[in-house]
Design a protein around this ligand. Structure first.
Ligand SMILES: NC(=O)c1ccc[n+]([C@@H]2O[C@H](COP(=O)([O-])OP(=O)(O)OC[C@H]3O[C@@H](n4cnc5c(N)ncnc54)[C@H](OP(=O)(O)O)[C@@H]3O)[C@@H](O)[C@H]2O)c1
Length: 290
């Protein structure tokens, strides 16, 4: 079973490239090998490689920069997924694509369900929603896995930002009025691997087409996430943490207040997901052994 992974140098793309080894013939490409802003190159690559599964881990993920770079965000997050969907459909293959909690406006009292109405607050959120809709419009076999607050020991993320800031700062002010589920990139990769492994045949995957919420169990605020990071025994620098509000920390892009996603559909279909703080401990443990 040939599996094509885009965005191999990203947090999730790299985790997938490690985790899927042994499941199939993995062809993982980075931006220099397959630029998603070039639809002809994407079409040619998929027609030549003829994968059974395409996993799109590439995305325009700079949430604040997207506010001033709308055209590029839509090219990568909406136009490219449409081309990937058209080409996988043409082959009878399955597209696995990642999306985001930022498709929601955060106003719900309770966890977001897959079929709750999306209403993104940012260009990034709108571009990712347009990607979801493009894939569904094409109508081929697809799994859209919405995740949230992705972190790990690689790339740009909140965990690494906190650890870096703590090298030089005694105190940090962290937003406490946005809540969501921090999700370790390895959780996403392992869940994706088990989806593929358990399906056995790519045709089985096609029958499971749709949107699923894939994030860690439980929730916290960014402040709570920072507290958990610095409470870990393996983290030496422990700055004082001050909770602040979103209004105290203005950013170009507006973010949802409540990003918590209900994962019951994922669990019923594919199995359990770890608690966010257990996954964080496992991630930090890895840091001490590397
Ligand atoms: N990060 C989060 O907190 C978060 C939250 C919710 C959902 N998600 C979703 O989860 C998925 C994976 O995100 P991530 O955190 O792994 O993102 P990431 O670390 O930013 O990786 C994205 C990858 O996409 C590649 N890329 C960007 N433009 C490209 C292009 N034109 N052609 C080919 N590749 C291109 C980047 O390449 P370069 O390395 O060359 O820049 C990078 O390797 C995305 O769909 C994202 O929207 C992420």
């Amino acid at each position: 079973m040939r599996i094509l992974i885009t965005g191999r140098n990203g947090q999730v793309g790299d985790a997938l490239t490690q985790t899927l080894r042994g499941i199939g013939e993995i062809i993982a490409v980075d931006r220099s090998q397959l630029d998603l802003t070039n639809p002809d190159a994407v079409r040619t690559a998929i027609r030549e490689l003829q994968p059974a599964i395409v996993i799109n881990a590439a995305a325009y993920t700079a949430v604040d920069a997207a506010e001033a770079d709308q055209a590029m965000a839509f090219r990568i997050n909406a136009d490219a997924p449409r081309v990937l969907a058209e080409e996988t459909e043409r082959l009878g293959a399955t597209l696995i694509h990642y999306s985001t909690d930022y498709v929601f406006d955060g106003s719900k009292d309770g966890a977001w369900l897959e079929d709750d109405a999306p209403a993104p607050l940012s260009v990034y959120g709108r571009s990712k929603l347009a990607g979801e809709q493009a894939i569904a419009d094409v109508g081929g076999a697809h799994l859209i896995l919405r995740t949230s607050w992705v972190y790990g020991l690689r790339g740009k993320n909140f965990l690494l930002t906190m650890l870096k800031l703590a090298e030089t700062r005694d105190a940090l002010s962290i937003v406490d009025d946005q809540i969501g589920a921090p999700t370790w990139r390895m959780t996403i990769a392992e869940a994706t691997a088990s989806i593929i492994r358990d399906a056995g045949e790519p045709a089985q995957l096609a029958a499971l087409s749709g949107i699923y919420h894939l994030c860690a169990d439980g929730y916290t605020s960014w402040f709570g996430f920072a507290q958990a990071i610095f409470a870990d025994a393996s983290v030496a620098n422990k700055p004082r943490l001050q909770p602040i509000t979103t209004a105290d920390y203005p950013t170009p892009a507006q973010r949802p207040k409540n990003s918590i996603m209900n994962t019951d559909k994922f669990r019923r279909t594919f199995g359990d997901l770890p608690a966010w703080n257990d996954a964080l401990a496992a991630c930090l443990q890895l840091r001490t052994t590397h």
